[in-house]
Design a binder for this molecule. Sequence first.
Ligand SMILES: Nc1ncnc2c1ncn2[C@@H]1O[C@H](COP(=O)(O)OP(=O)(O)O)[C@@H](O)[C@H]1O
Ligand SMILES: [Mg+2]
Length: 213
Amino acid sequence: MKFTPSLLRNLIQLIANELAQNTEEVAALDQAIGDGDHMVNLQRGINGLLAESAGITQLDWAAAFKKIGMTLMTAMGGASGSLYGTLFIAMSKATKQSELTLPDFAEIFSEGVQAVKQRGKAEAGEKTMLDVLIPVAESLRTSASSNIKLTEVLNDVSRVAIAGMESTRDMVATKGRASFLEERSRGHIDPGARTCQLIICVIVNKLAAQLPA
Ligand SMILES: Nc1ncnc2c1ncn2[C@@H]1O[C@H](COP(=O)(O)OP(=O)(O)O)[C@@H](O)[C@H]1O
Ligand SMILES: [Mg+2]
């Protein structure tokens, strides 16, 4: 199965809808351990993408990822804006194909996550969005090298994204604003991990719904 950028317009709209439905929860998470603006930043980013989405679907994958990354980098703001911008720009650099298979995407996404780690100077276990991104990248790579069905691949991605998000609750933050709270950051889910999981689950659900039964 191969995927083309025509998918993106619909996905961007679905992500915008999902974020709109979770505004208060995420604002409360960032008020607890950050400065409360995470959802506002994300909504600026997604509004930027909505404005560009018709054009984005006309591009090839490398150009589409680049346009998404540049739009997020300029529209979003916050630590998360530059990290999501970095994710997509690095994915763009790693993309050579016009149509993506699962192994292609697993490789490209892993390159993107690697760039986020470098940009944020962060690893797994520091209570950030990387606690979702890293296990998702690992799950995709494992799936790509095995022979499991795409439905199962997507189920696995959802499962590890949710587990990664939940794992941040008991962590002490060592990166980002939440790290200023030290031990008091424990007991709250990281807002960036929650939104990253919400976005990934929307994408997965949409792709799963499009698969032949
Ligand atoms: N160094 C980092 N590496 C990875 N993710 C980070 C880092 N610093 C912060 N984050 C993520 O960014 C989220 C906060 O985003 P946001 O509120 O938009 O930015 P800011 O912290 O500048 O207010 C955090 O919840 C965390 O998931
Ligand atoms: Mg914030």
